[in-house]
Design a protein around this ligand. Structure first.
Ligand SMILES: [Zn+2]
Length: 217
């Protein structure tokens, strides 16, 4: 047997073993993905936090399910063209740009259209005024209806046979089960496996405590 052929066989065997090892780390071939409904909230830039609250170190209320993400005790009010919305949750840590995440229903209720975007993709999105403690800032573009997405680690991505930024369809169980198309896969070591939908989507599927998601394609 020539050396090339031998090397080829060895590399095939090794890659097969690697695949089996990776599959071995998966709890099952189709893990049940937890589903969480995200309420309306805002991420503030340090600059905007300083203007509204006089500090960029806000008060942590509790940690969120994604590691390193917090809910602050501070709240803001949104002022749109046709209405205001009080008690908006502020999530931390501060980001490079201020981003407001609403459901379509929320957006319409204050006179906005509600543009579906991925987090951080803010060019050309709608504007809103944000107020807290008598201070007001204008966010020129930054209001989005977050595209539904699944956070996961690189290990989860191997288990689920998906890649970062891939778009998939997902079946979500609930009182009214649904298949959601156009779901973004987001992979990072910093993430914990969870599908994020907004309250419009959660209500549509009748989300309950035993709901879970599974990728269908
Ligand atoms: Zn998310």
């Amino acid at each position: 047997m020539d050396t090339n052929k031998l090397e080829q066989i060895v590399s095939e065997v090794i890659s097969k073993l690697n695949m089996e090892m990776q599959e071995g780390t998966c709890q099952s071939s189709q893990p049940k993905i937890p589903v969480e409904a995200s309420g309306r909230h805002i991420h503030l830039s340090k600059e905007d936090a300083m203007t509204l609250f006089g500090t960029d170190e806000l008060t942590v209320d509790r940690e969120l399910s994604q590691p390193g993400q917090y809910l602050y005790k501070e709240k803001v009010m949104l002022i749109g063209p046709k209405g205001v919305m009080k008690g908006i949750a502020v999530l931390g840590p501060c980001r490079g740009k201020t981003q407001v995440e609403l459901s379509s229903t929320d957006a319409r209720s204050i006179g906005l259209k509600g543009i579906v975007r991925d987090s951080g993709d803010l060019d050309g999105t709608e504007s809103v005024m944000v107020s807290a403690g008598g201070k007001v800032i204008s966010v020129a573009s930054g209001v989005i209806v977050a595209r539904r997405h699944i956070h996961m680690t690189p290990e989860d991505a191997v288990c689920l046979s998906v890649k970062d930024r891939e778009i998939v369809s997902v079946r979500v169980t609930g009182n009214r089960p649904l298949i959601f198309e156009d779901v973004l896969i987001r992979v990072s070591e910093k993430f914990r496996l969870s599908m994020h939908i907004d309250y419009d989507e959660a209500n549509a599927v009748g989300l309950n405590a035993s709901s879970f998601a599974e990728i269908t394609l």
